[in-house]
Design a protein around this ligand. Structure first.
Ligand SMILES: CC(=O)SCCNC(=O)CCNC(=O)[C@H](O)C(C)(C)COP(=O)(O)OP(=O)(O)OC[C@H]1O[C@@H](n2cnc3c(N)ncnc32)[C@H](O)[C@@H]1OP(=O)(O)O
Length: 409
């Protein structure tokens, strides 16, 4: 039995919003559907129907993704993928994935990205694990900076309205330098600003800080939450970072200092942070920054292999022939000659003998430089018919800083 797929209409949006609540495990209050409407691209939704009943959902955002070389690439951000518990394991997800990737290709987007509810789902559809993120906690009484910020200027505690006049521009400048980051449209900020109580994880509403340079221009922004706790009369209060971006590393260090120098705070916590958090190397006692979690974050699928590969820059000048397997989209499979370097790249189909062979998901994992070819080779995922090609690929695909997905979706 097949279940017809189509984008939904505006009138059907509440039905779609309802359909995804049981699979994702939440119950909505009335306001959420209006927030959802603000950020939903209706023509990019997909629903599966069993008669009138919506039994599958999917959607996509039209993102700009930063890729190595600090170039921007149009990418589809796959989201709200659910199948009703009454219809699971009948192929509805597979049919939605097929239809969605066709649509991504028709739109001329070369890449699809997502964050996965379970890491076991999307490899079969050609998505590779392209970035990880970390969570950490830092007790403030031992968190002295060995390299204090050299930023001049001043910090201001501001209200949400003032923050939103200047904060989004700080983010928009910064995300262009972070492979794996995406743009945030105004609707994203509008929903973020609402700071609905049920999205706070039991913590306070946000506090907002702007950093201004000597000329009074905003060059840094911070939003954080706090919880209140005490034990034996001693503070166990935690500040949790929500957003922290600056025009440069010194401004960001000034924002960290602001958090760490708070009175009546036991620790600072951060989630969804880059795996190479520079703050660790600023601390006099780096062991005090305790990593509490490292998880897969961005999954990336090359939809147009040559389009995507030629859109980024490479760590060194080299030419590699990569034979790509793609069981889910066989027309993408084949041999590709990639000729690139720090200043540009070109990619064509070829009949030449391959230097490397891999699944399209592994090429997706390599794409942002978040894992080395050596690691994938040692995991049995990449073969090197040309001896030494894996080492060459390490240097070629290398990118710094490591990719960081700054914005959950
Ligand atoms: C980007 C995002 O939105 S991530 C959110 C994903 N959604 C959720 O986690 C919500 C709860 N889960 C669900 O809604 C559903 O179980 C889904 C969407 C994960 C799967 O939908 P289904 O229609 O049951 O999947 P479908 O029958 O098409 O299965 C396709 C393949 O994926 C596999 N698969 C499906 N779900 C999972 C899973 N959770 N873990 C591992 N494999 C899975 C199936 O076994 C099948 O494998 P095969 O092709 O080798 O036979």
């Amino acid at each position: 039995m097949t279940f017809p797929l189509r984008p939904i209409t505006d009138e059907e949006l509440p039905q779609l919003f309802h359909a995804l609540q049981d699979p994702f495990g939440f119950h909505s209050d009335g306001d959420d559907v209006e927030d959802f409407r603000l950020t939903t691209e209706l023509d990019r939704t997909l629903a599966a129907f069993d008669d009138e009943e919506m039994v599958g959902t999917a959607g996509a955002y039209s993102f700009e993704l930063t890729v190595p070389g600090n170039l921007l690439v149009d990418a589809a951000g796959i989201t709200i993928v659910t199948v009703s518990a009454t219809h699971r394991r009948r192929g509805i997800l597979r049919s939605m994935m097929e239809r969605q990737l066709d649509d991504v290709a028709e739109r001329g987007e070369t890449i699809a990205i997502l964050t996965a509810s379970e890491a076991s789902i999307y490899g079969r559809f050609g998505y590779g694990l392209a970035s990880q993120s970390s969570s950490w906690t830092l007790e403030t009484d031992r968190a002295t900076l060995a390299r204090p910020s050299t930023a001049t200027g001043r910090l201001r505690l501001v209200d949400a309205d003032r923050f939103l006049e200047a904060g989004p521009q700080v983010y928009d400048r910064r995300r262009r330098e972070i492979p794996g980051a995406v743009n945030r449209v105004q609707a994203w900020w509008d929903v973020w600003q609402k700071d609905r109580p049920h999205t706070r994880g039991g913590q306070s509403a946000r506090w907002y800080v702007l950093h201004e340079d000597d000329a009074g221009e905003v060059d840094g922004m911070l939003a954080y939450r706090r919880n209140r706790d005490a034990e034996h009369g001693l503070s166990r209060n935690v500040l949790t970072v929500d957003q922290l971006y600056g025009a440069d590393d010194e401004v960001e260090a000034a924002l960290w200092s602001f958090l760490l120098d708070h009175d009546l705070i036991h620790s600072v916590a951060a989630h969804g942070r880059p795996v190479d958090e520079p703050l660790r190397w600023r601390l006099a006692d780096p062991r005090r920054l305790v990593t509490t979690d490292v998880v897969d974050d961005l999954w990336l699928r090359l939809v147009d292999v040559c389009g995507a590969l030629s859109a980024r820059r490479y760590g060194t000048t080299d030419r590699l022939v990569v034979e790509v397997a793609d069981p889910f989209r066989p027309h993408t499979a084949g041999r590709y000659l990639l000729d690139g370097g720090p200043d540009g790249a070109a990619c064509t189909r070829t009949d030449a003998d391959p230097d490397l062979t891999m699944d399209v998901a592994d090429l997706g994992a390599l794409y942002l430089g978040g894992v080395t070819a050596t690691a994938l080779h040692r995991a049995g995922r990449i073969e090197e018919p040309t001896p030494g090609a894996v080492r060459r690929a390490d240097v070629f695909f290398a990118s710094s800083p490591p990719p960081w997905m700054t914005t959950g979706f």
